[in-house]
Design a protein around this ligand. Structure first.
Ligand code: GLN
Length: 456
């Protein structure tokens, strides 16, 4: 813990940490040492890790990288945080992310990072002028730079997989409902899912074994499936594994450097005994409009709780109660968050609900069905995580649509609620990492981790 605290504070230029509290971390590490000395160690005893600042923690501030929650302290720990602590993990601090997890580059952050005085984008350790991906960009950057051995992330539409790809690490978004959402600051509740990020699939398996499991008391959408040992078949041979290759993931728009790295990775899989099967996910393109209707709709509802009364920030000067709401929300939320609230409110409004929101829900169901058809022919699906390597900071920050389009390959599995994993698959332009995405059927995380582990 001492080593990682020093390293984290030696690299403020990355902007990865939003909170560090040495006294809290060292006390946890000492307690772990004491348990190790008595031989009563838990599976992750003493492992230092950090949490995306979308998980609430009682020992550190919880901000979702928003001015709306700057300095906010939760009275309780998120279930995932609590489970990792019970497994022996030591918390190094809280990691930056896009505000309320809305973004693909970790440029939308409104809280200053540790060692800084103004809010600024997180940087990619492979190339400081590039984004680390988002929204779990702080988690990915911190792991890639060796500031933490592992971290938590959340993935609503790609926020674990895409930053893992951009930073050359491994991350898995489990099946929707695998891990409890209790204490995860809500973005889009029917999509939000917690998962581990680490250097390897093996590390992710160890973490996921501690994070997963039902939470009937606090999250009614958590699946009633007992936690598993996700490490159990990491070393199984891949002979005969049928890897589906969706043609829609390899069309126009996929950058040549990414395509070359993915093709090379797929050839490696053939050498490992897998068979590549051409498949189709015909509604891949529709996943962008569908997601960018459903996610903002849910966000507009979830974010209504930030009204200047219950949590965090309240504007200083206001007239009546209504003006207090208006001033607080106008000053407290960043541009991207406001954009989502406006889109969400619009698509849910009377007269547009049927035309947009309901239609999006129906197409979402068809997208999930397309995957079930595909899984008749293959065991896992492989393709790129993102169409390009990490872009330059600022390149897309004025263009929301350009950000949304870059999510095309991660959104389908999110809408279907399927598990998806990103593993490093070589390098593209500028020496920046490329991620290979593996998508599995429901509850097939162990198979994805096995396939990733054999590659690594
Ligand atoms: N980039 C997507 C968005 O901005 C996904 C974010 C996420 O998964 N949290 O909504």
């Amino acid at each position: 813990a001492r080593h990682f605290l020093d390293r984290a504070q030696a690299h403020p230029e990355l902007g990865a940490f939003l909170a560090i509290d040495e006294a809290v971390t060292l006390a946890q590490a000492q307690a772990a040492d004491a348990r190790l000395a008595t031989g009563s160690a838990a599976p992750l005893e003493g492992l230092p890790l950090a949490h995306k600042d979308i998980f609430v923690t009682k020992d550190f501030p919880s901000t979702a990288a928003s001015k709306m929650l700057a300095g906010y302290r939760s009275p309780f720990d998120a279930t995932v945080v609590q489970k990792l602590a019970e497994a022996g993990a030591v918390t190094l601090g809280k990691l930056s992310c896009d505000e309320f997890a809305m973004g693909s580059g970790n440029e939308n952050t409104a809280v200053p990072a540790v060692g800084g005085t103004t809010a600024r984008p997180v940087r990619n350790p492979w190339h400081l002028e590039h984004v680390p991906g988002g929204s779990s960009g702080g988690s990915a950057a911190a792991i890639a730079a060796g500031l933490v051995p592992a971290a938590t992330g959340t993935d609503t539409g790609g926020s674990i997989r895409q930053p893992a790809a951009f930073c050359g690490i491994t991350g898995i978004k489990p099946t929707y409902g695998r891990a409890s959402r209790y204490g995860m600051i809500a973005f889009a509740s029917s999509l939000d899912q917690a998962g581990p990020m680490a250097r390897s699939a093996e590390d992710c398996a160890l973490l996921l074994s501690a994070m997963a499991g039902p939470d009937g008391k606090h999250d009614s959408t958590s699946l009633d499936v007992p936690a598993e040992d996700f490490s159990r078949n990491l070393n199984d041979a891949l002979d005969g594994l049928r890897i589906g290759i969706p043609k829609e993931f390899f069309g126009e728009g996929l950058a040549d450097d990414v395509r070359a790295a993915i093709d090379a990775a797929l050839r490696e899989y053939e050498k490992l005994g897998a068979r590549l099967v051409p498949i189709s996910l015909p509604r891949t393109e529709l996943s962008i409009p569908v997601y960018y209707i459903i996610a903002p709709a849910e966000a507009s509802s979830n974010l209504s709780r930030f009204d200047g009364v219950k949590f965090g920030f309240r504007a200083k000067n206001y007239g009546d109660l209504n003006d207090m709401y208006v001033q607080t929300r106008s000053q407290g939320f960043g541009d991207e968050v406001k954009r989502r609230i406006m889109v969400g409110t619009y698509v849910l409004s009377h007269g547009y609900y049927d035309a947009y929101y309901l239609k999006a829900l129906k197409i979402r169901r068809l997208i999930a069905g397309d995957f079930q058809n595909a899984f008749k022919e293959c065991d896992v699906i492989a393709g790129p995580v993102a169409p390009t390597v990490a872009w330059r900071i600022g390149e897309k920050s004025q263009d929301p649509l350009a950000n949304y389009l870059a999510d095309i390959f991660t959104l389908p599995a999110s809408l279907a609620g399927l598990p998806g994993l990103s593993l490093p698959a070589g390098f593209g332009a500028g020496g920046l990492p490329v991620g290979l995405q593996l998508i599995g059927n429901y509850l097939q995380e162990a198979r994805l981790l096995n396939a990733a582990h054999r590659f690594q």
